[in-house]
Design a protein around this ligand. Structure first.
Ligand code: UN1
Length: 477
């Protein structure tokens, strides 16, 4: 089998490889991918540092052309890359193709942004002096991405990094190197100069740690667990490094008595269970008012019965497998914790076997949960959600906000008054009305509050805040 290698200083390198396993069929090896060493990581950082002066001054047309070419190739190969994504991560083929299209759109968006770089010219408070405010590239950026969006999250960090003139050391999640390798290959062939984008696949404890220890990374943008995010933060203070962290969520979805039941069930089923619940934007707390509670639980249970859990590539699969054995164990442990805490298992909770050996788990719904239970406070990151019964809107809002996290927050209601109040008072970076908490647009800001996020927003034109540094220049006229 060929080894998909790391890209360091424009050269493909690396002989040590690990198997990329398909969670829908653990007999299938998706490919062999290099596992970089600390020395590889240091070389990649040095290459990015050496490439920075020229790339930071490169013309905006050059950046536009490369990003556009990458976006176009990803779109042209959406079916093939979508299948690779579904094989390595386990989300269904339609979801995986959708995510691939999103990655293409992100490159197209930032190809456009490269042409729209601008600053401000303002008068000084002193006469005969002019002031210019411009954005300059930050420097070498470390990019660390999670396994649950193997192509979209790398795209939404790499595209703005390059657009604004930075150079990159990119470490994708060990579980899903395939899509990351593919987009680095695409960008490399699209004409990026050597060293501008370096790929170092490998272990967090080796590659990630070497990145954290480096004084040469001006910024790290990270999406992943709260624990690792905190380590990125602590190490970055030491190096006076800018950081952007996207971490966990425990997103609420409020369902009010006046909700359209179908809208509420569709939004909740999508939020909680699509992509196997493995989204930081997933909703795992369904906060339901008394008047609709029993009807909602009955309709939701019916909806869950209609969802097929199976091989990600099989037509008709709604929910793919859990990503790996470790995550499956976490999910099962939490299901047991929920039972012990006294929540009622209304649906699911069991492992399922299919034609191929994979990590198949039924979508699992608890009812009679309280917001104090661990299953309501800790992020599970699997197809597990609980229904919390509340009296009225006021209690629903209070429970929705009573969480250490604050990424996305949803409400199903036909009341303009409650929708408006919720949009203003939900303590979250993103609020969704009659929509799932997950599934975001590519051209608008993404991010959260409280324990979910740290630093400025990702995506859209707000991404410039992280990937650039502002300069204020004064000139005597
Ligand atoms: C989405 O819900 O469309 O890791 C995107 C995650 C998020 C991305 C969610 N950073 O789940």
């Amino acid at each position: 089998m060929t080894i998909y290698q790391n890209l360091i200083a424009g050269e493909w390198t690396g002989a040590d490889a690990v198997e990329n396993i398909n969670p829908s069929d653990t007999k299938e090896v998706v490919g062999l991918y290099a596992s970089g060493s600390a020395a590889d990581t240091k070389n990649a950082i040095a290459a990015a540092k050496a490439a920075f002066p020229a790339w930071s001054r490169s013309g905006i047309w050059e950046r536009h052309v490369i990003l556009k070419k990458a976006g176009d190739e990803i779109m042209a190969r959406k079916d093939e890359l979508g299948a690779l994504l579904a094989r390595e991560e386990g989300k269904t083929l339609p979801e995986a193709i959708g995510e691939t299209i999103r990655a293409s759109q992100i490159f197209e968006f930032f190809a456009g942004e490269a042409l729209r770089l601008a600053g401000e010219v303002v008068p000084s408070v002193r006469p005969n002096i002019g002031v210019e405010i411009t954005r300059e590239p930050l420097g070498v950026i470390g990019i660390i991405t999670p396994w649950n969006f193997p192509i979209a999250i790398p795209a939404w960090k790499i595209a703005p990094a390059l657009c604004y003139g930075n150079t990159v050391v990119f470490k994708p999640a060990e579980l899903v190197p395939g899509c990351s390798w593919a987009i680095v290959d695409i960008l490399n062939r699209a004409g990026l100069p050597k060293g501008v984008l370096n790929l170092v696949m490998g272990k967090g404890s080796v590659v990630g740690q070497t990145m954290l220890d480096s004084p040469d990374l001006a910024g790290i943008t990270f999406t992943g667990s709260v624990g690792t995010g905190k380590r990125v933060a602590v190490s970055s203070i030491e190096h006076n490094r800018k950081i952007q962290l996207e971490m966990g969520g425990k997103n609420p979805m409020v369902i009010l008595d006046d909700a359209d039941l179908n809208v509420a069930v569709e939004a909740a089923a999508n939020s909680a269970f699509f992509s196997t619940g493995q989204r930081c934007t997933a909703s795992s707390r369904l906060i339901v008012t008394e008047g609709i509670h029993d009807r909602f639980v009955a309709a939701m249970t019916e909806r869950l019965k209609s969802l097929n859990v199976d091989h990600a590539l099989k037509t008709g699969t709604h929910i793919g497998p859990v990503v790996d054995e470790r995550q499956l164990k976490t999910d099962i442990d939490y299901i047991e914790i929920g039972r012990q805490e006294g929540a009622k298992l209304a649906f699911g909770g069991e492992l399922i076997s299919r034609d191929t050996p994979g990590f198949y788990l039924q979508p699992t719904l608890f009812t009679e949960a309280t917001n104090q239970m661990r299953i309501s406070r800790e992020e599970i990151f699997g197809p597990v959600a609980s229904v919390i019964r509340v009296r009225d809107y006021d209690e629903a809002l209070a429970v929705a906000n009573d969480t250490p996290f604050g990424l996305s927050s949803g409400i199903a209601t036909t009341s303009l008054k409650h929708a408006t109040h919720f949009k203003r008072n939900a303590e979250a970076g993103m609020v969704m009305v009659n929509l799932p908490t997950a599934g975001v647009d590519f051209h608008v800001p993404f991010g959260g509050r409280k324990g979910s996020s740290y630093g400025s927003r990702e995506q859209g034109k707000y991404a410039a805040e992280f990937f650039t540094v502002v300069k204020t220049a004064y000139t005597l006229a």
